[in-house]
Design a protein around this ligand. Structure first.
Ligand code: NAD
Length: 316
């Protein structure tokens, strides 16, 4: 029997790519309900879905900030059954916090964090009852590691990760799986929207040093980071498709190997200074980055030698 997949935020980017990729599964293992806040924005998805539309893919309205719309959507599914929930809808926010209103920040938390909470309040009880289900959350590497001028966005993704890590223990008791997908930079409308909004930031509330850091360092390098490290939405969709077809899906999955050296810094230093120092050097002391990377590689070599020794010890 086909598994029912419900995906949020499918009008663009990763959500759209995910809906299409899963609906086009070679073995037709999935029935995809591709949801979006505003169905009038469904044109791109309809076009990309092609012949899967009405077969393995159907569009539905769902606003993750509106409990009633979530309930109405789930109620409209046969037996209210969702086997795989993919929580993807989200938004970004960049800039100095003194230039952002609390309301703007709340909208980010409400979408990225409470959006997921609302979905699970509606869907998790049924999954528990059926003892069957997989919750997949499109998080970010910023759910593991903060990035300059992404303070509130990173906080929203940390919230998502803490929430899921807590629930994952309970989920084991019901044979449910939870997976966090952690992409690095992905080239979608998201990145462009966030950049455009960032460009419009009223910097009058920021001091000169902060404003300069944001405009002349952060925004200036923004596009370059996406160009050199960026991944496509289709690539993230491919990774996610693999995760939902696995027998024992992992709790965390990073999709971008170019980015893993950065996230590894977090796990390499329990004091937490190594990633912060490295990011500082990358941003402000380009010439020292080389030394920083070299030290990092030495550390990695040291760690792998240590684990090798331990392996040898174990084998006697
Ligand atoms: P995107 O802007 O193309 O997609 C986000 C989608 O969420 C949009 O279709 C938007 O309409 C929808 N959305 C926003 N608020 C909603 C609401 N209240 N209800 C329903 N839908 C809503 O950007 P994307 O890159 O495809 O982002 C998808 C997810 O991937 C987000 O959770 C984002 O945080 C995450 N992500 C993106 C990147 C990146 O660099 N683009 C990197 C890591 C993680």
């Amino acid at each position: 029997t086909q598994k029912v997949v419900l995906i949020t935020g499918c009008s663009s980017g990763i959500g759209l790519a995910l809906a299409v990729r899963i609906a086009k599964d070679e073995k037709k293992r999935f029935m995809v309900y591709a949801t979006m806040r505003n169905l009038s924005k469904g044109e791109a998805l309809v076009e990309a879905a092609g012949r899967t539309l009405g077969r393995t893919l159907e569009l539905k309205q769902l606003d993750v900030c509106d409990e009633d719309s979530i309930k109405a959507c789930v109620d409209s599914l046969p037996e209210r059954r969702v086997d795989i929930l993919i929580s993807n809808a989200g938004m970004g926010l960049i800039g100095p916090i003194e230039c952002q209103s609390i309301d703007e920040m709340k909208t980010v938390m409400d979408t990225n964090f409470f959006g997921l909470v609302r979905l699970l309040k509606e869907i998790l009880p049924d999954m528990k009852r059926r003892k069957r289900g997989h919750v997949v959350v499109i998080s970010s590497v910023m759910g593991i590691q903060g990035i300059l001028f992404n303070d509130v966005y990173a906080a929203s993704k940390f919230a998502v990760e803490g929430f899921c890590e807590s629930l994952a223990v309970q989920a084991l008791r019901f044979d449910l799986n939870i997976s966090l997908i952690e992409p690095g930079p992905v080239i979608t409308e998201f990145e462009r929207k966030v950049y455009d909004e960032g460009m419009k930031t009223d910097l009058s509330k920021a001091d000169r040093v902060t404003a300069d850091m944001f405009v002349n360092i952060y925004l200036k390098n923004y596009n370059q980071i996406f160009e050199s490290l960026g991944q496509s939405a289709e690539d993230v969709a491919e990774h996610t498709h693999k995760i939902i077809t696995m027998e024992n899906p992992p709790f965390r999955h990073q999709t971008n190997t170019l980015y893993t050296p950065m996230t590894t810094l977090k796990y390499a230093d329990p004091n937490g200074d190594l990633p912060i120092d490295t990011f500082y050097k990358m941003v402000f002391e380009h010439d020292k980055v080389f030394n920083a990377s070299l030290n990092f590689l030495k550390l990695l070599r040291w760690r792998s030698r240590k684990s090798f020794t331990l392996e040898k010890d174990k084998s006697g």
